[in-house]
Design a protein around this ligand. Structure first.
Ligand SMILES: *Cc1c(COP(=O)(O)O)cnc(C)c1O
Length: 418
């Protein structure tokens, strides 16, 4: 265990011995109440890397200089753009490069994956998911179920925390799968729960589902770039995530998709098709008859949105430089430090994120004065994140949060209500 101290000196020492501390200089920080913000909302919208502006400029200049020929000329010929991201994105989620493709936005990709991997029959049609999933995921599941002619009330099995608890117990997840296996077509979970910050055991959930031949998919919106992932080894069937949370790729930024290698060459799988997923060597023959490209690339519909992809590429380069292993090590330490600071300056706060199952996020369940506390933090230049009905989320993301930032959160808390 770490032994921490609530002092500026101690926080400064941690920053000095932090091998990742220089990455902070690669980001732009917003102003809050007239001062540079202490930014604890990288779980919601990551900060802008300074390198993004140049990366965009490269594409704008190529557009200026080459026009349509930019697809095959220029610095990063656009025809191949998605491929420039594969290896970088694959490292974030623990995948083989051909198992990953960057395209579209998250909810769109979730639906595209459901088209291929939610194949209900009269007997096996249910979806097991966590209760209180991010609303977009709930809507996606409900509408998919209805699309196939089933009733969400019957077809969606939600696993909720036990009475008086905030998080799911692994044993309850496994038991629900055991009990409903014969009727279940899909298990769909988040990697990290957006509200509580609970990180689920992706490998265990996957292998339990596979015991019964059930397809298992994950929404990694809050997991990608946050916790260590090893999707290929864990044998996950498919996964989706977004680029703009921990991955710092800008508002509305592109999303990533993982499709396991075992589906790489399965043209028989039903899918919604578009020209960009067509076998690359024949894409411009403009012929009838869809032949999917090998791997996850075969799920693409449209040509790459190069400007948002350029942002994502620049951001992933920073992640690859830092390395997920080192980032997660710091994440654990700085999140523990935040927990320590919260407990020592405001012991009345109820942190509901489980200590042993989390990334860099603490969810604080507040009572009547939650909004007041949130506003007090803002007055002290701290940008945390308010989630209805009554949770404040704080994410000390390792790329750009300093231990001094965390110490300052404690300073602010110690003057709350005084
Ligand atoms: C952030 C988030 C979304 C957002 O979906 P978009 O399609 O990117 O707007 C969806 N699902 C989860 C679990 C999220 O955390």
């Amino acid at each position: 265990m770490n032994t921490f101290e609530n002092s500026e000196n101690f926080a400064n020492q941690l920053d000095e011995s932090d091998s990742l501390s220089h990455f902070r200089n690669e980001f732009l920080f917003p102003q809050l109440k007239g001062k540079q913000a202490i930014y604890l909302t990288g779980n919601s919208l990551g900060l802008q890397p300074k390198s993004v502006r140049d990366a965009l400029d490269v594409e704008l200049k190529d557009w200026e200089h080459f026009g349509v020929d930019g697809h095959f000329s220029g610095t990063n010929p656009w025809f191949h753009y998605h491929k420039f991201l594969n290896e970088k994105a694959a490292k974030i989620v623990g995948a083989l490069p051909h198992e990953v493709v960057v395209m579209n936005n998250l909810t769109v990709n979730l639906h595209l994956m459901m088209v291929s991997f939610y194949r209900p029959s009269k007997e096996k049609y249910k979806i097991i998911m966590e209760a209180g999933a991010f609303p977009s995921d709930q809507y996606a599941m409900e509408s998919q179920v209805r699309f196939h002619g089933f009733d969400p009330e019957d077809a969606i099995i939600e696993i909720a925390p036990r009475k008086g608890e905030h998080n799911l117990r692994m044993e309850d997840i496994l038991e629900t799968i055991d009990k409903n296996a014969d009727k279940t077509a899909l298990i769909m979970f988040s990697g990290v729960q957006y509200y509580t910050g609970q990180a689920f055991d992706i490998q265990k959930i996957t292998s339990k589902g596979h015991e019964y031949g059930i397809t298992v998919g994950f929404d990694l919106a809050h997991a990608a770039g946050n916790i260590l992932l090893d999707l290929h080894q864990w044998d996950v069937d498919f996964a989706v995530w977004c680029g703009y949370k921990y991955l710092n790729s800008g508002p509305g930024g592109v999303s990533g998709v993982f499709v396991h290698d075992r589906f790489a060459n399965r043209p028989d799988l039903p899918r919604f098709a578009g020209w960009w997923g067509h076998k690359e060597s024949e894409r411009f023959l403009m012929k009838k008859g869809y032949i999917p490209e090998f791997g996850a690339a075969g799920w693409q519909l449209s040509n790459a949105p190069v400007l948002t992809m350029a942002v994502h590429k620049a951001s992933l380069e920073i992640f690859n430089k830092a390395g997920m292993q080192a980032l997660v090590e710091k994440s654990k330490k700085i999140t523990s430090y935040l927990e320590y600071i919260l407990k020592s300056t405001a012991p009345e706060l109820n942190i509901i994120t489980p200590a042993l199952e989390r990334g860099s996020q603490l969810s604080i369940l507040t009572n009547d004065n939650g909004k007041k506390l949130f506003n007090h933090l803002e007055m002290n230049h701290i940008l945390a994140d308010w989630r209805e009905p009554n949770v404040i989320r704080m994410a000390p993301v390792p790329l750009y949060t300093s231990y001094k930032d965390v110490y300052c959160v404690g300073l602010a808390l110690s003057t709350f209500g005084k």
